[in-house]
Design a protein around this ligand. Structure first.
Ligand SMILES: Cc1cc2nc3c(=O)[nH]c(=O)nc-3n(C[C@H](O)[C@H](O)[C@H](O)COP(=O)(O)OP(=O)(O)OC[C@H]3O[C@@H](n4cnc5c(N)ncnc54)[C@H](O)[C@@H]3O)c2cc1C
Length: 509
């Protein structure tokens, strides 16, 4: 008899297992469908970005590892309040998110991050590279997100694995959970496949932390629409919706947005069905707010500067997927390109196309799928004209990537459809650069209904918790709808993982 079995070895599952031990569980087991080399699920592929409520720079100095005094004196960082975090999730979710679930994540966020640093040993860093721009000698943070992890998801999962080993938690790899055991309406264990054999494991509590359904082409087509067959999976190929079917078998209720998911601009040359365990998140191409996006017909289709990147990137993959051929080009000139992050755009990482004129660039892009080079040129000339007209009307506005600078394409004399609302620079200096991007699916939003006070999974029939069954991570429904504020997934997984572990220990006691 186990005290707690966690299904899934990702960040959320690891948090649940560690929390269960901390709260007093003695026999805790993680069962993981993937082989050992895929340990850590999507958590391994992340940038390690954690969004949390905080009181500004000094709040984090005790836990970050890359802020010596001479660096601290150059940082501009505003506090991020519970009201702001709540408003970001609600605004991006069109006010459809479950307020109680949101409150649990927001209120538990800072504590969870402190616990990850102190108890798990996660090596947090300030995210200078991704979330700040060096402007006039100052590191200016933007977009409410400041924390990352040394060596990203690799560093995060390595910290979890060290902590799990110290806590005596074993992980059985290549051991998928295939059914939940139930007794008198309560969950009493899990059936797993081990070396092809069906094994019944009894446990006082089961925590489902086995991800969404992003890696199942069939479920993507069913819930998100047939075009999602063309999406590229950014992370683990093992998140195929098993948690949903396991929990449904025990009478669980579903919750949340099954029609949308988190999907980004992703390298068009990336593998289709899984992430790359060497390049990891470097296949993301998140520099679009600095440039222009155009499709195979040479047409712009999104406001690249609608908001800070971490408020737009999770919905942009969907927009790219809907373009002819399901790809797009990101276009830059050197004034923008010098702000692109080397980890995503260096020559060793991406196959960029360069040319000395826009016309030559359009010619070269035909070999990469551009169907109408004249339309692309017309689009870019129209865009450039609109930017210059807006500049002439508002000469007082200065380009600044660390604030919403209002440098747009819109003026009394000209405009673009769609507009570019911020950071609009004309593409006028060679060499011009183009990067081909596709849609990369990250995780799905629809999941299980939970009690936000315990992470207990709710029964469909009674809307009350199913005794012995908990859930965390991507599998939790009701939190994200349509869009997502960057860095919230890891935090939510830690908040509900800790909660689930504590509740499991109560049952074990
Ligand atoms: C490329 C990329 C970058 C990201 N960057 C960030 C970021 O910087 N910040 C952020 O907040 N979020 C980020 N995310 C999202 C983040 O990964 C998720 O929110 C988080 O990892 C979810 O944790 P999880 O434990 O629920 O899922 P996972 O980490 O995916 O773990 C689920 C595990 O369950 C296993 N499993 C599945 N089915 C079964 C079964 N039947 N039995 C046993 N095991 C099973 C899987 O093999 C997997 O190991 C990123 C995701 C990707 C793909």
């Amino acid at each position: 008899m186990f005290d707690c079995i966690v299904v899934g070895s990702g960040h959320a599952g690891s948090c649940a297992a560690l929390s269960a031990v901390e709260a007093g569980c003695r026999r805790v087991l993680i069962v993981e469908k993937a082989p050992r080399e895929w340990a850590g699920g999507n958590g391994f592929f992340t940038a390690g970005a954690h969004r949390t409520v905080h009181g500004g720079l000094h709040d984090f100095l005790p836990i970050v590892r890359n802020a010596p005094p001479e660096v601290v004196s150059t940082i501009d960082m505003e506090p991020y309040t519970a009201e702001q975090f709540t408003a970001d999730i609600m605004r991006l979710g069109d006010n459809r998110a479950d307020p109680a679930i949101v409150r649990a994540v927001v209120d538990g966020s800072r504590d969870a991050v402190g616990w990850l640093a102190d108890q798990v040993g996660v090596p947090f860093t300030f995210s200078f590279n991704r979330q700040a721009y060096l402007v006039d000698g100052r590191q200016k943070f933007w977009g409410g997100l400041v924390l990352s992890v040394d060596d990203g998801g690799r560093g995060l999962i390595a910290a979890h694995q060290r902590a799990l080993e110290q806590a005596g938690v074993e992980t059985w790899f290549e051991t998928p959970a295939v059914e939940l055991l139930t007794e008198d309406g309560a969950v009493s264990g899990v059936v797993v496949l081990r070396s092809g054999e069906s094994v019944r494991l009894r446990s006082r509590a089961v925590v489902l932390a086995c991800g969404g359904f992003e890696a199942s082409a069939e479920l993507r087509a069913e819930h998100l629409g047939p075009e999602w067959l063309k999406a590229k999976v950014r992370g683990t190929p093992y998140n195929t919706g098993d948690g949903l079917s396991l929990a449904r078998g025990a009478g669980a209720a579903l919750a949340g947005d099954f029609a949308h998911c988190h999907a980004t601009c992703w390298d068009a040359h990336a593998p289709d069905a899984h992430g790359d365990r060497v390049l990891l998140n470097q296949l993301t191409k998140s520099g679009y707010p600095l440039g222009v996006l155009a499709n195979a017909h040479g047409v712009r289709f999104a406001d690249e500067g609608a908001d800070f990147r971490n408020y737009t990137y999770a919905r942009l993959g969907r927009a790219v997927l809907r373009q002819p051929g399901a790809f797009a080009f990101q276009l830059f000139d050197p004034r923008a390109a010098r702000w692109l992050r080397a980890e995503e755009y260096a020559d060793a990482v991406v196959a960029a196309t360069r040319a000395e004129s826009l016309s030559a660039l359009a010619d070269k892009l035909v070999a990469h799928g551009l169907a109408d080079r004249d339309a692309l040129l017309a689009t870019l000339h129209g865009y450039n004209g609109a930017v210059r007209a807006a500049r002439a009307e508002h000469p007082e506005r200065a380009w600044d990537p660390a604030v919403k600078d209002g440098l747009s394409t819109e003026s009394a004399r000209a405009g673009c459809d769609p507009p570019k609302s911020n950071w609009a620079l004309p593409l006028e200096e060679p060499p011009f650069v183009a990067v081909k991007v596709a849609c990369g699916i990250t995780f799905t939003f629809g999941g299980l209904a939970i009690d936000p006070r315990t992470a207990g999974v709710l029964a469909e029939r009674t809307a009350t918790p199913i005794r012995g069954l908990f859930c965390t991570g991507e599998l939790v429904g009701g939190l994200f709808f349509g869009n997502y504020p960057g860095g919230s997934g890891l935090t939510a997984g830690a908040v509900f993982g800790r909660m689930a572990g504590r509740e499991a220990a109560k049952l074990a006691a």
